[in-house]
Design a protein around this ligand. Structure first.
Ligand SMILES: NC(=O)C1=CN([C@@H]2O[C@H](COP(=O)(O)OP(=O)(O)OC[C@H]3O[C@@H](n4cnc5c(N)ncnc54)[C@H](O)[C@@H]3O)[C@@H](O)[C@H]2O)C=CC1
Ligand SMILES: O=C(O)C(=O)[C@H](O)COP(=O)(O)O
Length: 381
């Protein structure tokens, strides 16, 4: 059995060699010729999986080790009887770590503290729900918007997007890219909504680039310059708009979900799905795949102010400024398209907040609730 696998998928041998011969190909280079005699195709988000790719192949199973599925024409797969699986939630914790690292960084730069800003969450699924839980535990006021859920579950607890725009200091987008239908998200933040953001607002997009009209965002940032953008996802990746990148306070190359834990969870979930598809047993456990963290614990000896303690622990695990700087450096050296993808291919090891246990001395014990709320393990003497 031949399996064509995106070269950016970690643990590919452990997860997929049990089923056949893995052939590793850079995701953007996976072509119809490459998959013509393949039996299974395992991708991440950069490979467009559609009729053009698969019409003349014998692929019987497609797996994407990602949460998002907008790169896969699922109707075509179904029509052809090709099995399909994605990895819902696999890197959701990592995206939330990214959001917290970003907000703590902006708070430090601008001199406010986390609890003083209200956050609107657009799209309250695997990512948005986890973000809501952590922000609530940190005492951050939140509003949430998710019309598909509001329709299914009732409107109580949900607000309209325009209310979030009106009332929140920070708007976090965690929607999938949906091209059409009643809940389409293409340019969900269009020129009108972008112009309605109050001066001082922060817009953070870690969903999909096309959910925001980037030309409109660029002109608001370049014109009035009175809002702040944190952008992990972009229109036309990897050839993103260089001036929008320059104008974003934090600009990263679609890596919000790039924790080792999140990527391995994605590989492992698709390993399991392929085993089910083939009717084969799987004995591989996630803990076998995922190594212990290099930094497993740290001790806080003093009662620091809450935001300082959160920043210290956050940055011990993940500092979003590193990824902003990395993109800048790679783009200077290689140009935008290659620089963007180089960051992603050579992404440094990153673990999730939950892998760090924070030990608290007696003096620091009052920080326990906040640190736990942010997602760290906590123990006190
Ligand atoms: N930047 C990154 O590295 C990553 C980005 N993502 C993106 O984030 C998206 C969300 O991830 P999950 O939360 O795991 O997906 P999910 O499918 O669990 O949740 C998405 C939520 O958005 C809601 N939604 C759909 N249309 C909406 C609309 N028009 N307005 C408001 N809400 C709407 C859905 O009802 C659902 O509750 C993914 O589809 C993917 O595109 C996911 C992982 C990593
Ligand atoms: O899971 C998703 O959805 C994502 O956006 C991925 O984390 C992005 O990673 P790549 O698929 O682009 O490597």
């Amino acid at each position: 059995m031949k399996l064509v696998i995106d070269a950016n998928i970690p643990a590919a041998d452990a997860c997929f060699a049990p089923f056949g011969t893995p052939i590793r190909v850079p995701g953007r280079e996976i072509s119809a010729a490459e998959v013509a005699d393949a039996d299974a195709l395992i991708v991440r988000s950069v490979t467009q999986v559609n009729e053009a790719l698969l019409a003349d192949s014998r692929v019987g199973f497609v797996g994407t080790c990602t949460i998002g599925t907008d790169h896969v024409d699922q109707a075509f797969l179904e029509e052809r009887g090709i099995g399909f699986a994605s990895a819902p939630g696999c890197n959701a914790e990592a995206v939330v770590d990214y959001v917290l690292s970003s907000l703590l960084t902006l708070a430090e730069r601008k001199g406010w503290s986390l609890g003083e800003r209200s956050v609107g969450i657009v799209g309250v699924g695997n990512v948005g729900n986890r973000l809501l839980a952590r922000l609530t535990a940190l005492g951050v006021p939140t509003l949430v918007c998710d019309p598909p859920r509001a329709e299914r579950e009732g409107t109580q607890g949900f607000a309209e997007l325009d209310e979030l725009i009106d009332r929140c200091d920070v708007l976090c987008l965690h929607t999938p890219l949906v091209a059409s239908g009643p809940y389409a998200t293409h340019h969900l933040l269009d020129a009108q909504r972008i112009n309605e953001l109050a001066p001082g607002s922060i817009l953070l997009n870690a969903g999909r680039g096309d959910c925001v009209d980037s030309l409109a965002l660029r002109s608001r940032l370049a014109g009035k310059g009175d809002i702040t953008a944190v952008l992990d996802v972009w229109e036309q990746e990897p050839a993103i708009d260089p001036s929008l990148r320059d104008l974003a306070a934090l600009a990263t190359p679609h890596i919000a979900g790039y924790s080792l834990d999140g990527k391995l969870r994605g590989s492992w979930m698709i390993h399991q799905a392929l085993a089910r598809h083939l009717g084969q047993p799987s004995r591989l456990t996630f803990s076998e795949l995922c190594p212990p963290p290099a930094l497993a614990s740290l001790t806080l000896e003093q009662a620091l102010p809450v935001d300082d303690a959160l920043r210290l622990c956050t940055r011990a695990v993940y500092d979003v400024r590193r990824d902003h700087d990395m993109l800048q450096r790679q783009v200077l050296g290689l140009g935008m398209t290659k620089g963007f993808d180089r960051c992603r291919a050579d992404y440094p090891l990153r673990r999730e907040f939950a892998t760090l246990n924070v030990q608290l001395s007696e003096e620091a014990v009052a920080l326990e609730g906040m640190l736990r709320g942010a997602g760290f393990g906590v123990s006190s003497n």
